[in-house]
Design a protein around this ligand. Structure first.
Ligand code: SF4
Ligand code: SF4
Length: 96
């Protein structure tokens, strides 16, 4: 199977629970942005993105891989993304 085919297939298996936690820590993966306060994205409303259809590349799981494709394989990217997501969800559970 071609690498791209595998990526498409695996990326479809990534389940986002829409907890919004990655949008509360955007400094961890993009640094400082003008529309954030204390790491929380100003476009986050409740747990959801208010500009979802027009969200930046770094917020889109598939498009964001373009920034990492020279430094890691698609499989590594998927694994790191899943780990990061699990860590954030754990942090949220500890807080609530
Ligand atoms: S932390 Fe994970 S489950 Fe929560 S919104 Fe982000 S990708 Fe989805
Ligand atoms: S633009 Fe939307 S998806 Fe991206 S960090 Fe902000 S709230 Fe989250």
């Amino acid at each position: 199977m071609a690498e791209t085919d595998r990526f498409e297939k695996e990326s479809l298996s990534f389940v986002c629970e829409k907890c919004g936690e990655c949008c509360r820590h955007i400094e961890a993966f993009v640094g400082s942005l003008p529309y954030q306060e204390n790491g929380v994205c100003g476009y986050l409303k409740g747990d959801l993105c208010s500009i979802y259809e027009k969200r930046p590349d770094f917020c889109d799981f598939k498009r964001a891989y373009g920034y990492f494709k020279d430094s890691m394989t698609e499989a590594e990217y998927l694994e790191k993304t899943r780990c990061f997501c699990e860590l954030l969800k754990c942090l949220k559970k500890k807080r609530t």
